[in-house]
Design a protein around this ligand. Structure first.
Ligand SMILES: NC(=O)c1ccc[n+]([C@@H]2O[C@H](COP(=O)([O-])OP(=O)(O)OC[C@H]3O[C@@H](n4cnc5c(N)ncnc54)[C@H](O)[C@@H]3O)[C@@H](O)[C@H]2O)c1
Length: 254
């Protein structure tokens, strides 16, 4: 699909990988709706790319419905959905104090990363199937953001890995569901990227993480993620696939 002239939705667009993707889509000519729980930051990003900011909690159906309506009112119906919003977590199943991990922590991560992404995708897809086909024969594209933790989760990453593994596992069945509607679905599984979250870590920790990446031995740049996310949109034959973007990184147990 040609990005130029399309309306696009980016969840988590206020920060990090989502922000970089929103900026790249806009640079390539899309009208971008920046959806995020952090509406102040979303407004800053949207203002700089001539987009629209929409307050949105992807886990809440009324919130997603309202955000999609606001985006459509501003830009017309979207054909591109970039699912990038997500949260992290680190909790051992049995803590150092000998107590079982709180179930609420596990449920919260699954709820945002997996159920939230599914929630907006189903609502987006239901609108997208109503749109006419484009000249290239397709109707829409959805992208999910997993993590290499879906495959090599580290100590304490059960919830995060399970949430991201859920995204990788649902990519193919969703692509198969939506094939009849000419909507493609792909997932990117990033390695370690230099987003605000990562930049909060001490420099020595960042350097040691970077050194664990075979090549290039540095953290990924958010723009590199954005580049691949946009490639997923423009390459009509990419479908039902999970793409690692990690400099050949395979995470150690800890
Ligand atoms: N940075 C990395 O190294 C890395 C590696 C692998 C995967 N990822 C994944 O990439 C995505 C983006 O990560 P990032 O590093 O840019 O993080 P980030 O914290 O900079 O950005 C995430 C954004 O999602 C938003 N968000 C959180 N919960 C939300 C909700 N319920 N509804 C709407 N918005 C919500 C946050 O407000 C924030 O703006 C996440 O899904 C993360 O798991 C990141």
């Amino acid at each position: 699909m040609k990005i130029d002239g399309q309306a696009a939705i980016v969840t988590g667009g206020a920060s990090g990988l989502g922000e970089a993707t929103a900026r790249e889509l806009a640079r390539l000519g899309a009208r971008v709706a920046v959806l995020d729980v952090n509406v102040e930051q979303a407004e800053k990003v949207a203002a700089e790319i001539n987009g629209v900011a929409c307050q949105c909690d992807i886990t809440s159906t009324p919130s997603v419905t309202a955000a999609l309506a606001r985006a459509t009112a501003a830009h017309g119906p979207a054909r591109i959905l970039m699912n990038i919003a997500g949260i992290g977590s680190a909790k051992r199943i049995v803590g150092k104090d000998g107590n079982a991990a709180p179930l609420e922590d596990f449920a919260r991560v699954i709820n945002v990363n997996l159920i939230g992404s599914y929630n907006i995708s189903r609502l987006f897809a239901a609108e997208c199937v109503k749109l006419p086909l484009l000249e290239d024969g397709e109707r829409g594209v959805m992208m999910f953001t997993a993590s290499v933790a879906a495959f090599d989760g580290q100590v304490g990453q059960q919830a995060y890995s399970a949430s991201k593994g859920g995204l990788t596992a649902m990519t193919l069945p969703m692509a198969r569901d939506l094939a009849q509607h000419a909507i493609r679905v792909c997932t990117i599984a990033p390695g370690l990227f230099a987003t605000p979250l990562m930049k909060q870590l001490p420099e020595a920790v960042q350097a040691s993480l970077a050194a664990s990446i075979p090549f290039p031995p540095r953290l990924g740049k958010p723009e590199e993620f954005a580049q691949l996310a946009c490639h997923v949109v423009t390459n009509n034959h990419l479908n039902g696939e999970v793409i690692r973007l990690d400099g050949a990184l395979r995470m150690a147990p800890r």
